[in-house]
Design a protein around this ligand. Structure first.
Ligand code: ADP
Ligand code: ZN
Length: 674
């Protein structure tokens, strides 16, 4: 085969891929020719090749600015396994180590050099770069320059100097975050206004989006993990450090290997947990949002949120860490009344000016709209990024798979709002959702007696709905802004638009609360990637796949690199399905480049040949507590007997206020990378 261009040749030879994906070819051609580019592509879209291939084709060294010091070693290891001459410079190295890398750069012995943004601000680094030849600058995670964004890194602001100091060197900025506002901000701040913009579709068809009503979050999480993802690697996001610790402990008690990660852990523990997550199969990382940027583990099978993300952008980024390999994955979020109350409170009490609060509120409103939508989640997500989805729904989100019923909640809304109104008008009192709901359903509690709330005319007028349904009503009214919360106790208050509902001027449509959150069917073959994966992977290939995984685990361990640096799951599956008997045949598999073929080819063939004489090893990802996993979910109550009782729905007030969470602490996102 005659390669069409130098770039295609590198793609085939070095990376072992047959063809470019999406707009990769166009972007690479543009940068190879010396043009500047701003690339917006979802996680897993294939951004790295967009700068790695031009760096290999153009003379000199490609300098990659990356905020992720802890991951540079892995990035460099992955490139070296491909036979690419790569290294990095950052604060983790001692003088001697740095000197070696500097000499490699000056002598033109590097194709790629990774540096931290703060490193580039140092005059000594700038002088060093003057002494070698730079083929291009790649600015990875370019959204870190955005001051409104969730990953802001002050050092990124200094990167506009690259253009001033090395005007002739092409620059390519890449990010997976992309509202048009962020895009403009990146272009302006990095002085990339003349750059060509490449915007890929932000759809991630292999990710199944699901948002469920929160009842007993840890129990619901456990059901998800046991029922759909036994033995899978995944990430569980929590808002507070305390809840990270508790959740990780809870999962471990249930026999699911889980590690905690948050900015309150010392840096050694964080690095160790991150490294284990990347290197070992089937670990669950329970983390605050401090974890995840740049994690390029391809086989993260689920991302679960136990708390509401602060913005759709954050949600998209975090869920995007699932399924980079294109295989079916789950994005699951449990969301409840308490989330709305808590986030509104946090915005109200945050430092910052009115502008900041307005901005935060808008972000939250968009997130709530996504949670409460009765139409396709994917369509709504894409619309947020200014893109349109295929009409008629995606077929791979909860609302498409089991369309929610909606009901006319106007009367219910009026009952709830009048309760709030009467408490205030007739008694001069403000209460939280729990007490308001007790009044509506006519519950005789101590607190009702104490305040003689049974004498209110609204007492018992809402007995037609269950507690859970009333919480749904409150949540949706809060989300829609017909109701607000106030103060430390999260008391309910009316808003400027409440009167419209009370007067019957607007109709309030609501989502029906599922009595018990139903498990969604896995749409295993509903996406092109999933369908292809299933079609190419006959059941007979499974034992060989497990054998190859066992070989890969041993090899990765021996070399001290993550397993996916050796070969991705997708490549091993293709090998198992093909069962090549020669190196030449093995070389045709996507993901097997020249260097990997030379390094591992014979071992792979030997592993396959052995399978004729030996039984397959047990599945590599076999969970340690197999017995517990296969038992029905109700067999192992998490804590105490109370939770396993069928009617153990938390009392409304407990649910809202007597939470076992500490007040959520704000995670400074960047103190993790220092
Ligand atoms: P991003 O940085 O955009 O999240 P990566 O660059 O890590 O994505 O690429 C995601 C995955 O897709 C990687 O495993 C990569 O090797 C693979 N990939 C990228 N481009 C191609 C291609 N043209 N053909 C096959 N696989 C590709
Ligand atoms: Zn859908």
């Amino acid at each position: 085969m005659v390669p069409a261009s130098a770039a295609t040749d590198v793609l085939n030879r070095v990376f072992g891929y047959p063809a470019f994906r999406g707009s990769q070819g166009e972007i690479i051609e543009h940068v190879v020719a010396g043009g500047d580019a701003l690339v917006l592509m979802p996680t897993g879209g294939g951004k790295s090749l967009c700068y790695q291939i031009p760096a290999l084709v153009r003379p000199g060294t490609g300098v990659v600015v990356s905020p992720l010091i802890a991951l540079m070693q892995d990035q460099v290891d992955a490139l070296r396994t491909l036979g690419v001459r790569a290294n990095f410079l950052n604060s983790s190295q001692d003088y001697e180590e740095r000197r070696i890398v500097e000499a490699e750069f000056v002598n033109g012995e590097l194709d790629l050099l990774y540096v931290a943004p703060e490193g580039l601000g140092v005059p000594a680094t700038q002088r060093l770069l003057d002494r070698g030849k730079i083929s291009l600058f790649a600015i990875d995670e370019a959204h870190c320059v955005s001051q409104w964004g969730h990953d802001f890194r002050p050092d990124y602001l200094g990167l506009s100097m690259l253009h001033e100091r090395w005007p002739e060197v092409p620059r390519i900025a890449l990010t997976a975050t992309a509202t048009s506002a962020t895009r403009e901000e990146i272009a302006t701040r990095l002085q990339l206004t003349g750059a060509r913009h490449f915007t890929a579709s932000f759809d991630r068809p292999n990710i199944q989006y699901r948002i469920v009503a929160k009842a007993e979050p840890r129990r619901q999480l456990l059901d998800l993990l046991r029922g759909e993802h036994p033995g899978d690697a995944g990430i569980v996001y929590c808002l507070s450090r305390a809840s990270v610790e508790k959740t990780a402990e809870f999962l471990a008690q249930q026999g699911i290997p889980a590690l905690p990660y948050h900015a309150g852990l010392d840096s050694r523990t964080r690095a160790a947990n991150q490294s284990r997550f990347l290197r070992e199969d089937g670990l669950v990382m329970v983390a605050t949002i401090a974890f995840g940027m740049g994690i390029d583990k391809p086989d993260v099978r689920f991302v679960a949120h136990l708390d509401l993300p602060k913005s759709v952008e954050g949600y998209y980024q975090e869920t995007g860490r699932a399924g980079r390999d294109g295989l079916p994955s789950t994005a699951w979020l449990a969301y409840g009344l308490q989330d709305v109350v808590q986030q509104r409170k946090m915005i109200e009490s945050a430092d910052g000016d009115a502008n900041f609060r307005r901005n935060a509120s808008q972000h939250l409103d968009a997130m709530l709209a996504l949670c409460e939508t009765v139409s396709c989640r994917r369509a709504q997500l894409l619309a947020y990024f200014g893109q349109t989805a295929t009409a008629g729904g995606c077929g791979n989100c909860d609302t498409c798979l089991t369309p929610p019923e909606s009901w006319d909640g106007t009367v219910a809304a009026q009952k709830l709002l009048s309760t709030v109104l009467r408490l205030q008008r007739e008694r001069g009192q403000k209460f939280g959702a729990g007490q308001s709901i007790d009044i509506l359903v006519g519950k005789q509690t101590d607190k009702v007696w104490q305040f003689r709330h049974d004498e209110l005319s609204v007492f018992g007028i809402g007995a037609d709905l269950r507690d859970q349904e009333w919480r749904g009503v409150v949540r949706q009214l809060l989300a829609a802004g017909y109701l607000a919360v106030e103060g430390d106790y999260g008391t309910l208050v009316l808003t400027g638009t409440s009167a419209e509902v009370l007067r019957g001027q607007v109709k309030v449509m609501m989502r029906r609360e599922a009595p018990k959150p139903a498990r969604q069917p896995r749409a295993r073959t509903s996406t092109p990637a999933a369908a292809a994966a299933a079609a190419d992977f006959p059941a007979e290939a499974a034992p060989d796949f497990e054998r190859l995984r066992a070989w890969r685990a041993a090899t990765a361990k021996e070399q001290g690199v993550p397993a996916y640096v050796i070969f991705h799951d997708a490549t091993l599956r293709a090998i198992a399905a093909l069962r090549p008997t020669s190196l030449a045949q093995l070389g045709t598999v996507s993901g097997v480049g020249q260097s990997k073929l030379a390094k591992f080819g014979q071992q792979v063939l030997d592993t396959l040949a052995e399978s004729d004489s030996t039984p397959a090893p047990p599945a590599a990802a076999a969970p340690p507590a197999t017995a517990a996993r296969s038992a029905p979910a109700t067999a192992a109550p998490p804590t105490g007997a109370a939770r396993s009782a069928p009617a153990a729905a938390p009392a409304p007030d407990d649910y809202l206020w007597a939470t076992d969470e500490e007040p959520p602490d704000e995670e400074p996102p960047y103190d993790d990378y220092a």
